[in-house]
Design a protein around this ligand. Structure first.
Ligand code: GUN
Length: 283
């Protein structure tokens, strides 16, 4: 089975569009997401376009704030501060990576935790690991949603996550653990990685190396979630999984593009609604 992130994502966005109209009626305004981009990184520009498009589709308020590549850290922090203090702004996202002269850690910590729709703020990360109410990071949240929508059982299963990043590997492992999977976090230096992965009922690949996960990594019937975004020499977008080789072995698989990617943006919309509701209800 191919898990079609595009189709699942579209139906979730259609439902949110209706929900947002009802929220506007009820609360007298729409959820508002502000997206900040610094500089001209082409990949970042393309991601941000997708986020703004989804914002418009779902009927949110908000727009893109564009700052030049040579913008100072102080200018960016002042812009964030302005949005933190704007009562009509529910969500703030600063697209990463930032130019070298700006500290990403400082910027992430400067965003008000209650408006941190990415779920990257240290307070949200801590709350996730303490099982407290928090904003979940979008990609891990989207992966769990994809597994649920595809009818993949999580409880009682063995999950292996390849990758230990703060944005994907670690939080997705925590969410799988919370759903009662038994979770192994593996990485590029794991000894006999293929044998470790072959144990998995659910295999999540988030390493950033094209075609790293071959058929020998996959237990027959396993669900394979490909979080990789890699460019081949001829500019084609490919995941971490050798899709053609793994497809006949896996019980379910997410394609790249059209798997996890669209879900990340859809969960960003979900998080914006949650931030809006938390703020309107003063939670
Ligand atoms: N750059 C790549 N992925 C992301 C993301 O999910 N959020 C932000 N802010 N920047 C990113």
């Amino acid at each position: 089975m191919i898990i079609d992130g595009k189709v699942i994502s579209q139906s979730l966005k259609d439902a949110m569009k209706i929900e947002v109209d009802a929220l506007a009626e009820q609360y007298g305004r729409r959820p508002c997401l502000m997206v900040i981009i610094v500089g001209n990184n082409p990949a970042s520009r393309s991601y941000v376009r997708g986020k703004i498009k989804a914002t418009e589709y779902c009927g949110f308020d908000g727009h893109l704030v564009e700052l030049p590549e040579d913008c100072s850290e102080a200018t960016l922090l002042a812009e964030i501060d302005k949005l933190n203090n704007d009562p009509l702004v529910d969500g703030i996202l600063v697209q990463l990576p930032l130019p070298k002269h700006i500290s990403e850690d400082k910027v992430i910590a400067a965003i008000s935790a209650e408006k941190d729709v990415d779920g990257f703020h240290p307070e949200n990360v801590a709350r996730l690991w303490l099982n407290q109410h928090c904003i979940l990071p979008c990609t891990p949240k989207g992966i769990i949603e994809l597994l649920d929508q595809a009818g993949v059982e999580i409880a009682g299963k063995k999950a292996v996550v390849i990758g230990r990043s703060n944005i994907v590997g670690k939080p997705v492992a925590k969410l799988l653990l919370d759903r009662n999977a038994t979770v192994t976090i593996a990485h590029s230096r794991t000894k006999d990685l293929a044998a470790v992965c072959r144990e998995a009922d659910i295999l999540v690949a988030a390493v950033g190396r094209a075609k790293m996960v071959t058929a020998e990594y996959v237990k027959p019937g396993a669900a394979v979630i490909d979080v990789g975004i890699n460019r081949t020499e001829d500019g084609k977008l490919v995941g971490d999984v050798d899709y053609e080789a793994v497809l006949p072995v896996a019980g379910a698989i997410t394609p790249v593009p059209g798997g996890v990617g669209p879900m990340t943006i859809t969960m960003l919309m979900r998080n914006t609604i949650e931030c809006f509701l938390n703020r309107m209800n003063n939670k």
